[in-house]
Design a protein around this ligand. Structure first.
Ligand SMILES: Cc1cc2nc3c(=O)[nH]c(=O)nc-3n(C[C@H](O)[C@H](O)[C@H](O)COP(=O)(O)O)c2cc1C
Length: 331
């Protein structure tokens, strides 16, 4: 049997299969199911910044003080009283989750500014979380804000949170930066022990009958993985933080590719929402068979073997490849 173990955020994991954040993680029965099916760690559903602000009665103030927010647009915010649990209940749930399973629990804070996060990061640590994931999901609709200002906001946030807790902190980022490699590097320098690549943004759709903008959540497909593979391969030897891949991991082949470019873990949500927790068992079995068939002794042996600095033609990751691909279409 090949050794599937890996290390992420200083946590020793039995394999690289991590369940990423989704509302299903709010059920302790689900946590037990994914553990039984072979998950090595779980990222809990997020505690949203809006929930923290809501509790401290600041959300209303912030929204009403913003000139381009109408009363109607407030209706787009979920009712946090019924939609999700509040911050104190979230902290309680972290300790419940720790009791429910033996595998590491990574709590998740989702937001973009500094407000209230330190307190909850510390409470989450006290509740027993093994690590914390910060999901920096910010839609920069204020066009006067520069990229540098937004990056500073993220870096300040990461510095503040990492300075206030001892547990390792990973940051989940989007690919939409002018220099995604540089922000990963800076986040790592700011104290992030892991970079989780990449957030999927959920753009609304237009309902042509109702002439309305409607939220539309779509599940990922395996081909979304390539963006993650590309950037992991490019960054793994340059950034100290561990890299986790999220987005497009559906089958064992996706996990193998993720490991080969240098990721420490491959996270899954869409595949589990579509196929149920047992799907993890299938992925683990296929992963084990693939390693044995191709005579790998361990995951560690393949990790980073196809990173940008290890491949024979690093140009395959660059503009040269872009030109080649476009030209290959005609020929
Ligand atoms: C229904 C649903 C709910 C999600 N909720 C969260 C969340 O609360 N916090 C978070 O950081 N990511 C959340 N995500 C994003 C996932 O954790 C994951 O990063 C993303 O779906 C890409 O992975 P996948 O291709 O395996 O689905 C959610 C995704 C889905 C589909």
């Amino acid at each position: 049997m090949a050794d599937l173990s890996t290390k992420f955020l200083s946590l020793n994991l039995k394999n690289p299969l991590v369940v990423s954040s989704s509302p299903l993680c709010a059920e302790s029965a689900y946590l037990r199911q994914v553990e039984d099916a072979g998950a090595a760690a779980i990222v809990l559903h997020s505690l949203f910044e809006e929930q923290i602000l809501n509790e401290s009665k600041e959300l209303d103030k912030q929204l009403w003080n913003t000139s381009d927010v109408s009363a109607e647009s407030l209706s787009y915010y979920p009712d946090f009283k019924t939609y999700n649990i509040g911050p104190s209940q979230y902290v309680e749930y972290v300790s419940k989750a720790k009791q429910a399973v033996k595998i590491p629990i990574i709590a998740s804070l989702n937001g973009y500014s500094n407000g209230g996060w330190i307190k909850y990061a510390q409470e989450i640590e006290k509740a027993g979380a093994d690590a914390l994931e910060l999901n920096t999901y910010f839609v920069p609709s204020d066009v006067t804000k520069t990229g540098a200002e937004i990056e500073k906001m993220y870096l300040d946030l990461v510095r503040a949170v990492t300075a206030s807790v001892k547990i390792p902190v990973a940051v989940k980022i989007s690919p939409f930066f002018s220099s995604v490699g540089n922000i990963a590097l800076e986040l790592s320098k700011a104290g992030a022990r892991g970079i989780v690549m990449f957030n999927r943004f959920y753009q609304p759709d237009i309902d042509l009958e109702e002439l309305e903008v409607k939220p539309k959540l779509t599940f990922s497909r395996s081909d979304e993985l390539r963006l993650r593979l590309h950037w992991t391969a490019a960054l793994v030897d340059k950034v100290k933080a561990d890299i986790a891949i999220t987005g497009g991991v559906h089958k064992a082949e996706d996990v193998i590719k993720s490991m080969m470019v240098g990721a420490k873990v491959a996270m899954m949500t869409s595949a589990l929402l579509q196929q149920g927790p047992r799907h993890l068992k299938e992925v683990e079995t296929d992963l084990q068979s693939w390693l044995e068939k191709h005579e790998y002794e361990s995951i560690a042996q393949m990790q980073g073997s196809l990173s940008r600095s290890k491949v024979t033609h690093p140009a395959a990751f660059d503009r040269a490849n872009y030109m080649k691909e476009l030209k290959s279409y005609r020929s």
